[in-house]
Write a protein that binds this ligand. Structure first.
Ligand code: SF4
Length: 64
């Protein structure tokens, strides 16, 4: 899995950082900061849920 985030679309709702703090953080403006673009497999299901819950679809996942 490779994660990319669109910080321009992010509205800073913070769900991603709250749900998966090992993978996502927020900057001072509340926008998403990607901590780990290739998370361990144990996080994959959680990351899928987080991406689906992002209100502006700012989180993209590539599987490989
Ligand atoms: S859930 Fe989406 S909109 Fe909210 S902080 Fe994360 S990337 Fe941004």
């Amino acid at each position: 899995m490779n994660i990319t985030v669109d910080t321009g679309s992010c509205i800073g709702s913070g769900q991603c950082a709250a749900s998966a703090p090992e993978v996502f953080d927020q900057d001072d403006d509340g926008r998403v900061v990607l901590i780990e673009s290739r998370p361990a497999e144990t996080f994959h299901d959680l990351v899928h849920e987080v991406a689906q819950c992002c209100p502006v679809q700012a989180i993209s996942l590539d599987e490989y």
